[in-house]
Design a protein around this ligand. Sequence first.
Ligand code: SAH
Length: 256
Amino acid sequence: MGEDLMRAGQNFLINQEYVEMELKALNLAGDETVLEIGSGDGRITKLIAERARRVIAIEKDEVLMAVAKASPIANVEWVLGDALRLNLPEVDLVFSNVPYYISSPLILKLVKWGKFKRAVLSLQKEFAARLISPPGSRDYGRISVIFQLLAAGHKLFDIPPWAFDPEPKVWSTVIEVRPEPKLAPNELPRLEKFTAALFSQKNRLLPKSLCKLGLCDSQKEAISIIGDRDLAKKRVRELTPDEILSLSSKFDEGLS
Ligand code: SAH
């Protein structure tokens, strides 16, 4: 397969052992509605459909969609479209071998929407690590904070490049995600803005970074608004998602 397919985020999971591991991770009882994003030629879609009540499969590529539809299955609803633009239906489970180039917007869309019980997603290994890594670790950043305030995620297993065709340059990690929002939807824009600003200063001590961002006049003022001596001694990259959420309401005013 050519370079153009890789650019379109098309790496097909062809290794049967890993397909089985993903199906097992979905843990289907038979009565679920499953949303598959990026269903490709429908090979995995059909295996899911055999074990679920209903599958809604979204695929952007017309040619692949035509291949999938050529052997129809009664309980699969094929949707031709861009998963980033479509309104997603409420479902029990979400499954996707996520096209790498839409990983970040897609995962944010999924956890902000949150109308599913569980998702099983294959992601680029480094990206998966960023989502689920704890405060203070190398991979912890803005997207970890937003993700962890909206969902609980944990790693299930890795998939090597050779399980796909064409082979990507990177390893993949399959994670399980459950929506667990710790904030109301209307608090999100403020949190996202605050987190983006804060992580532009991720190695600084908290009071200093807040002053740099123009959110206080002096470090003394910052420490008094923070209101917790131990917290005021932390660097930005050491703050937990909960701490950042509470700080975002205290330092709301200054951000334009
Ligand atoms: N599910 C198949 C294919 C995975 S490759 C398998 O596991 O083998 C990812 C698929 O996502 C490709 O078929 C690609 O065309 C599709 N895709 C890429 N961007 C998309 C988007 N924005 N919305 C929906 N599907 C997309």
